[in-house]
Design a binder for this molecule. Structure first.
Ligand code: IMP
Ligand code: MG
Length: 187
């Protein structure tokens, strides 16, 4: 487990607003093509996928779609990942018989996505697909891949912005940047 000590500072922009918009548009096209008009429930995973969900559903403008949300916590207050995934807020509507599209910010070790796929399938969803804005395929601990992935993160980075946080900060940046450890960082 890696721990990042304060202070931290923002590093270079990794994905600009234009990069993100192009990825979201491409994902919207792929989701339409593969689902061919079948009604979907977009399940936004808060808080990280807050901005991505808002943009993706608009990219799917006239597609038959409803939106629901789950709040899960998958890591602690620092730069550490945790295998312990908890549902803090469940779906409002039963997933039974529905075609679900999990909308995630980022897939890293894969614990969160694997947990959500198992959980939703076990509740008799008709199908469960997943879409992640960012794929971090370098430290996968669970054998899981999103069905739709927008952007591949550089190796060994921690990203903030466009919904992604470090200790709840930086979600409001319109682009995605590196977070750098300041002096005094520990591992
Ligand atoms: P996983 O369970 O390891 O795949 O972790 C997924 C969750 O960890 C994501 O939904 C994020 O909330 C968080 N996470 C992983 N990498 C980053 C990052 O680079 N920046 C911000 N959050 C991250
Ligand atoms: Mg998240």
């Amino acid at each position: 487990m890696r721990q990042l000590a304060s202070p931290v500072e923002l590093g270079e922009v990794v994905f600009s607003e234009e990069d993100i918009a192009a990825a979201v548009a491409r994902l919207g096209d792929e989701i339409r093509r593969r689902n061919a008009g079948r009604p979907l429930v977009a399940v936004g995973i808060l808080k990280g996928a807050l901005t991505f969900t808002a943009d993706l559903i608009r990219a799917l403008g006239d597609y038959p779609l409803t939106v629901d949300f789950m709040v899960v916590s998958s890591y602690g207050t620092g730069r550490t990942t945790n295998t312990d995934v908890r549902i803090l807020k469940d779906l409002d509507q039963s997933p039974s018989g529905k075609h679900l599209l999990i909308v995630e910010d980022i897939v890293d070790e894969g614990y969160t996505l694997a947990y959500l796929l198992n959980n939703l399938k076990s509740r008799n969803a008709a199908s469960v697909q997943s879409c992640a804005l960012i794929n971090k395929p370098f430290h996968r601990a669970v054998n899981v891949e999103p069905d739709f992935a927008g952007l591949v993160a550089p190796a060994d980075c921690f990203l903030v912005g466009y919904g992604l946080d470090f200790q709840e900060r930086f979600r409001n940046l319109p682009h995605i940047r590196h977070l750098q450890a300041g002096l005094g960082a520990t591992t």
